[in-house]
Design a protein around this ligand. Structure first.
Ligand SMILES: O=P(O)(O)OC[C@H]1O[C@H](OP(=O)(O)OP(=O)(O)O)[C@H](O)[C@@H]1O
Ligand SMILES: O=c1[nH]c(=O)c2nc[nH]c2[nH]1
Length: 193
């Protein structure tokens, strides 16, 4: 998606440790017009699929998933929580995920009320790096008996391999920008096309 690649080139910075910082528009300050355009791009890609629910993981996927839902007939958006809470009641599907930016393992929890065997799920997230977050969401869908119809990602860091492993496993992964390489010394960012 040209608009997203241009924003990354203009406003992204490359940090040590394979971190791309795009918090000016994607995952701290949020550009909702860009999010809307991202939702439209996923709607075009997944046009042939029946989607009954969007599933994401807190925190950064939530805003993007909500904007995307407007392009999928306003289907409900469910976000997996990364902490137990007194506000979480009843039976839950749970797993654990290693967080790339927080560098620790988190529980990942969805109430059984909000993920069902009849659901056809689109997974949405801001970043795809090693694929840990998505593997966790896929596991929750498997536990619920829900069908994963596809995966929409804003920025995939292709060189970390998580996206290609998911494609090899048969998942339809639509990443709107795939970073092929990035250099913290020069700041150079190259995309896969
Ligand atoms: O493919 P992976 O290696 O799993 O990396 C991608 C995940 O990393 C980030 O989550 P993180 O927990 O780091 O931060 P967040 O709270 O900003 O969502 C991002 O939002 C993705 O969910
Ligand atoms: O802001 C971010 N930059 C990244 O490079 C990254 N990788 C996973 N999650 C990420 N979030």
């Amino acid at each position: 998606m040209q608009e997203l690649e241009e924003r990354i080139q203009a406003e992204g910075t490359v940090k040590a440790g394979d971190v791309l910082k795009v918090d000016a528009f994607l995952n701290h300050q949020c550009d909702v017009r860009l999010f809307d355009h991202m939702g439209a791009a996923w709607a075009e890609h997944f046009a042939g699929k029946t989607i009954t629910k969007i599933l994401t993981i807190e925190a950064s996927g939530i805003g993007i998933a909500c904007c995307a839902a407007r392009h999928f007939n306003d289907v409900p958006v469910v976000f997996a929580k990364k902490a137990q809470s007194i506000n979480l009641d009843g039976d839950q599907y749970t797993t654990t995920v290693y967080s790339f930016t927080k560098q620790k393992e988190f529980p990942v929890i969805v109430s059984k009320k909000y993920l069902n065997p009849g659901d056809h799920v689109l997974l949405i997230d801001d970043f795809l790096a090693n694929g840990k977050a998505l593997r966790g969401l896929i596991e929750l869908c498997e536990k619920a008996g829900a069908t994963v119809e596809g995966i929409g990602i804003a920025v995939e860091k292709g060189f970390q391999g998580g996206g290609d492993r998911l494609r090899e496993d048969g998942y339809d992964v639509d990443s709107l920008a795939i970073v092929e390489s990035m250099d913290p010394e020069t700041g150079k960012i190259e995309f896969r096309h």
